[in-house]
Design a protein around this ligand. Structure first.
Ligand SMILES: Cc1ncc(COP(=O)(O)O)c(C=O)c1O
Length: 448
């Protein structure tokens, strides 16, 4: 396999890998055969030995502007030298307000206030807490139920796991939150296989919300949370009209609608937020990842004006929402966020993703006839490719594909079970799209 090591500094592999308990990783398999990266630039990672790998996954769906972009690096360096930390409670710093305005300007409708945190999981738990507190301050304290969706991923906080719909994330952690219910997943392979973009079948599944209202009564339900495209469980685009229908049912019953846009935000679907792609205005949007192009941890929630205003009552010296994090709106994250949003604007990266979408989808569908391919779901600049599981070894083919990508084909990809998920930085070129799918095709054949 061709590799490039030109002009690349090498880094040493640590002697002792044991003390680090890695997240969402098969630790023993990894430590027996580590997959390390030491450096990155634009579309590429570099292994410790200098080997160059193309990034088909934007890190972990986050480096949307590409890796180590000079303006972002410089902004972080300047900020670290100028103001390392500002207290997040009762004090702040100018860039926090500036970034809130910039993020709000990208959000649709009257979503115009931003609460900052440090990750997608915190963003989700923040949004769920705001939903409960919103009904509480308006005198509707009985509205405590939260509705999520099967195959939803909303991070790893107790709230996010409770509304999430991934059994492995739930089964070891006890009773989670009380009063949570779930809509069905919108994915059905028989009805939807090999659809480009949003499938026609499945809009009716939004009507399950009406069924849950009939079961629990609207007066007990605070909010519904969904990912516009369920990304982490294999890229499941919403059926046509589904999100619009959810919005209508929420409106009918006074239920808040939360879009978890931790992955779909910041250009992945060709718009600042998926809300814009689907023409649906939720009551809250959670975001993280792409807001700083992955360079500094940051997350947040954008809320509609009416939600913020509902809290701004009572004596002015009293804290309106008893919630926050030491590192909410951290100066380094804000500096990285501002530089990242500048890059998205100056390079028109969201429009670029939209323009590349047809080419991306066509290249993805070119893998259709390869062995074990059960479904391919391209949407925006991402795709899920389902491979048949090996008998009695669910997830093994996916891990083998990931390993083959790293060791033999110089490609970083993501595998969720036996589904391969691709989501390159939005700066990917047309020829790099060809290169990525060429490599994925070889990998699929290799793990057949
Ligand atoms: C939709 C969604 N919500 C929440 C999260 C959790 O984000 P984090 O890992 O930053 O806590 C993720 C992570 O992939 C996600 O995809």
């Amino acid at each position: 396999m061709a590799t490039s090591t030109a002009n690349v500094a090498t880094a040493t592999v640590p002697n002792d890998l044991e003390p680090y308990w890695m997240p969402f990783t098969a630790n023993r398999a990894f430590k027996a055969r580590p997959r390390l990266v030491a450096r990155a630039k634009d579309m590429h990672y570099f292994a410790p030995d200098g080997r160059k790998l193309i990034d088909g996954a934007a890190g972990l769906w986050c480096t949307n502007a590409g890796h180590n972009r000079d303006p972002i690096v410089a902004a972080i360096q300047r900020q670290a030298a100028e103001l390392d930390y500002a207290p997040a409670f009762q004090f702040s710093h100018p860039k926090a307000f500036e970034l809130a305005s910039r993020v709000a300007a990208l959000a649709p409708g009257d979503l115009d206030h931003v609460f900052f945190c440090n990750s997608g999981s915190e963003a989700v738990d923040t949004a769920l807490k705001i939903a409960l507190a919103f009904h509480n301050v308006r005198g509707n304290a009985s509205r405590v139920r939260l509705i999520g969706r099967e195959r939803g991923y909303h991070g790893v906080g107790f709230g996010g796991v409770a509304v999430g719909g991934i059994v492995s994330n739930r089964k070891q952690f006890g009773a989670l939150l009380a009063g949570v219910d779930h809509l069905s997943s919108t994915y059905n392979r028989t009805e939807q296989a090999f659809t480009i973009g949003e499938p026609v079948w499945g809009r009716h599944l939004a009507d399950e919300l009406d069924r849950l209202v009939a079961l629990h009564d609207a007066s007990t339900i605070a909010a519904v949370i969904v990912e516009p495209v369920a990304a982490s469980t294999g890229v499941l685009p919403p059926p046509q009209g589904y999100l619009q229908r959810l919005r209508a049912i929420c409106d009918k019953h006074g239920i808040l609608l939360i879009f978890d846009e931790v992955i779909t935000g910041f250009g992945r679907l060709g718009h600042a937020f998926a809300a814009e792609r689907y023409g649906v205005t939720p009551d809250m949007i959670t975001f993280a990842k792409g807001v700083t192009s992955g360079a500094v941890p940051m997350g947040g929630v954008v809320v509609r004006k009416g939600i913020y205003d509902a809290f701004m009552k009572g004596p002015e010296h009293v804290i309106e929402l008893f919630h926050g994090y030491t590192y909410s709106a951290h100066p380094l994250a804000c500096a990285a966020g501002l530089a990242t949003l500048d890059l998205y604007r100056d390079e028109d990266l969201f429009a670029r993703a939209k323009k590349l979408e047809p080419l991306w989808a066509k290249a993805a569908m070119g893998l259709r006839e390869l062995p074990n391919v059960l479904d391919i779901r391209p949407v925006g600049l991402t795709v899920g490719i389902d491979l048949a599981s090996k008998p009695d070894a669910v997830g093994k083919r996916g891990l083998e594909a990931l390993e083959a990508g790293y060791y033999e084909h110089d490609l970083m990809l993501r595998a969720v079970g036996d589904t391969l998920a691709l989501s390159p930085p939005l700066i990917v070129s047309e020829s790099q799209i060809g290169e990525i799918f060429d490599k994925v095709g070889k990998i699929i054949k290799q793990v057949a």
